[in-house]
Design a protein around this ligand. Sequence first.
Ligand code: BTN
Length: 249
Amino acid sequence: MSREIVIEKVSTIDSTNLEMKRRIRENHTRTDILIADEQTLGRGRLGRTFESPKGTGLYMSLCLKPDFDAEGILLITSAAAVAVCRGIRKVTNLSPQIKWVNDIYINEKKVCGILAEAVTDSNGEMHVVLGIGINISTDEKCFSEDVRNIAGALYDEDSDIDVDIIKNELAQKIANEFYVIYEDILNRSFLKDYKDWSMVIGKEVRFLENEVWYEAVAVDIDNNGGLIVKNGDFVRTLSTGEITLRFAE
Ligand code: BTN
């Protein structure tokens, strides 16, 4: 992006994605990046909650106005996953991995979720709100019991890092990395990192589609960020949609 990026920070909000969408609907879109210290109604994919306790994570939403077609829009979440990994690698010495399509894991715990939502302003112009939530040093006791088994954080809660400093560095690096990819998203060069950092390729997976579980091996990522799975002669490309992916037991 060549113009100045407007960043706004708030203390507590229901959800940075919800707030950004409200502003877009009201044509009040001066803010490019909205960051909250705490979300009371953090939202994840498939209607799930994204638990966002105060002062322990990065909760931010970017307002985008894509000038490319639906194919490019589909790439936004995979591009964001790569930007998050690049940002985390630059700020920490950690090596995050991507669980298709857009969850970021470290040591088999989910440390980041990404939620991209389309919204139309009152002139009928389409925007995308790209929400990124990262657990920086969230004490697992802060999470509900359901989330505790899955969720992790970049740092232990007793490490002596300054969460605010890490939060600012992550926000800046991830946003920069994202805008660089976004500028030329259709060349898809970011997909190389996406594949290199995938924790799914080569693994046996189960996916739920129309209430039926299927088993297959994840073999590759296609040009649109779809996951190619294979079981004998059966080859399918899963697109982001409503698919739930689990590793086979
Ligand atoms: C997921 O794990 O399914 C996606 C989680 C996305 C969480 C981020 S935090 C900032 C933004 N605001 C929200 O309410 N959700 C996203």
